[in-house]
Design a protein around this ligand. Structure first.
Ligand code: NAD
Length: 469
């Protein structure tokens, strides 16, 4: 561990103590102040959108500006505005009924902030995936410490500065550093730990949190399939799937990971996807509108996947490109892999890049069985004009979320809880689900002067006989 990292670890321990102290003094942040916190987040996004896009682009080598505006900045603004609009209602104490035997007592649920929360975020949407959990935490009235990814250092430093200007350290702060800092961070005794990243590291984070019985949300990855059912218009499926796959050059947790089409339609679907991609990104090797791969390690991992599939007999279709320029810019053109071997990496590991295997299925049950035989994906996409068939596919499978005749967009509906299941994660956020993640529902039962519990105490009389029947 470097000296700088050791310093960061000491700093975060003392910040946790400071935030905890501040939380104890305030405890229930008034709704008006929470709304002001959220307005500061939205304001920070609006005023610094250029700087945010530039930092992300520097980190990636090139990130399409439009993608950063839509998927990072506008997303966070919408989330902050939506939360500010609804927290008054979400935070209200709720009354619930009481059984006859406990009347005339009053039972209520107080929605209280959990306290000081930790947020660990990944590199692929480095701004949004740190700020959206923060929006939920602030809406719930919590204080937060954020540990962004070391793979996107310019964005991490910018967030540290912007958050430092908008919030006191005892309210929100950013801790920078690599895995050693992340590891120490996940061992802190937070009141909730919110982690977004790989399934592999998520397991370590869950184990570290368990030591202190810290509740965790795990937003993980996986292989999200797109199933195209017989008769669905091919061009329409190809356009939609290609959009979701090549956005951010496939470095999206809910990107369609592979496509399943009726046997014999693999080539036609693959060619359609490539043709549309060539039209949308005419110069994928050099055009700023097509995002680069984040690091050399990921670039080599992805080119290795292509070569392995090719060596295994799969046919590779790639959008036209200038190989040298693409390599120099660390870009991989839109790539389709037709029927790769079942044991190849593109079919066994999360791809997280612009490679799209297209595989055939004999009948719809074979496709759903394939999905059910593997880890539950973060998302499942169904392309079907037959509503009953779409419902059957959902009935026969499990996934974090679902898109029907579309992909990715379910995560931008603020009132849909977003999260995985099994290996793709646990817990959820966005909208009220995010508010509840950082909220403790505290049950309160109160009686008046006359309280029925006397009847349940010894010496037991007739009342005891009534309730035991
Ligand atoms: P990663 O797991 O390598 O890193 C994520 C964060 O964890 C980083 O901040 C990193 O510094 C930190 N970290 C690393 N080692 C740690 C440790 N031992 N203890 C604690 N923290 C540690 O993930 P990544 O490569 O940045 O992100 C890609 C993965 O994230 C993909 O699998 C993708 O599917 C997933 N992802 C999921 C979602 C979602 O919402 N479900 C969103 C985006 C990305």
């Amino acid at each position: 561990m470097s000296e700088a990292e050791a310093k960061q670890i000491e700093r975060m321990k003392s910040l946790l103590a400071t935030q905890r102290d501040a939380f104890r003094h305030e405890r229930h942040r008034p709704i008006d102040l929470r709304k002001a916190d959220l307005a500061r987040i939205a304001d920070l996004c609006r005023k610094n959108s250029d700087a945010i896009c530039e930092a992300i682009s520097r980190d990636f080598g090139n990130r399409a500006r439009q993608e950063s505006v839509i998927a990072e900045i506008a997303f966070v603004i919408q989330d902050a505005d939506h939360t500010a609009k609804h927290i008054g209602k979400w935070a209200k104490t709720r009354s619930v009924g009481v059984p006859m035997t406990l009347m005339p007592g009053k039972a209520t649920i107080r929605r209280e902030p959990k306290g000081v929360v930790g947020i660990v975020s990944p590199w692929n949407y480095p701004f949004q995936l740190a700020m959206a959990p923060l929006v939920a935490a602030l809406g719930a009235g919590c204080r937060a410490m954020i540990k962004p990814s070391e793979l996107t250092p310019a964005t991490a430093e910018l967030m540290k500065r912007l958050i430092g200007e908008a919030f006191e350290e005892d309210h929100v702060c950013v801790i920078t550093g690599g895995p050693a800092v992340g590891e120490a961070f996940s061992r802190l005794k937070f009141d909730h730990l919110f982690y977004t990243g790989s399934t592999q590291v998520g397991r370590l984070v869950a184990m570290a949190a368990a030591e202190n019985l810290v509740p965790v949300t795990l937003e993980l990855g996986g292989k999200s399939p797109a199933i195209v059912t017989p008769g669905y218009p091919k061009l329409s499926a190809a356009k939609s799937i290609g959009w979701g796959k090549f956005l951010n050059a496939g470095q999206t947790c809910v990107a369609p990971d592979y496509v399943m089409v009726p046997n014999g339609e693999e080539r036609a679907m693959g060619e359609a996807i490539i043709k549309i991609a060539e039209h949308e990104f005419p110069e994928s090797s050099s055009d700023d509108a097509y995002t680069a791969i984040v690091s050399d390690r990921h670039y080599e991992r992805l080119t290795g996947m292509i070569e392995e599939a090719r060596a295994g007999g799969a046919e590779i279709l790639q959008a036209e490109h200038d190989a040298q320029a693409a390599q120099a810019a660390r870009k991989i053109p839109p790539t389709v892999i037709l029927n790769p071997p079942a044991d190849s990496k593109v079919m066994t590991e999360e791809i997280f890049g612009p490679l799209l295997p297209v595989v055939g299925y004999s009948e719809i049950d074979a496709a759903t069985n394939y999905v059910a035989d593997h880890d539950h994906p973060l998302a499942l996409y169904v392309y079907s004009t037959d509503k009953e068939m779409a419902t059957r596919i959902l009935d026969q499978s499990q996934s974090g979320g679902v898109g029907i005749n579309t992909n990715l967009l379910h995560l931008s509906v603020p009132d849909l809880p977003f999260g995985g299941i099994g290996a793709s994660g646990q817990g959820s956020y966005h909208g009220e689900a995010g508010f509840l993640t950082f909220t403790h529902e505290r049950s309160v039962f109160a009686t008046g002067k006359w309280h029925p519990s006397r009847l349940l105490a010894p010496p037991y009389g007739k009342f005891y006989e009534t309730v035991s029947k």
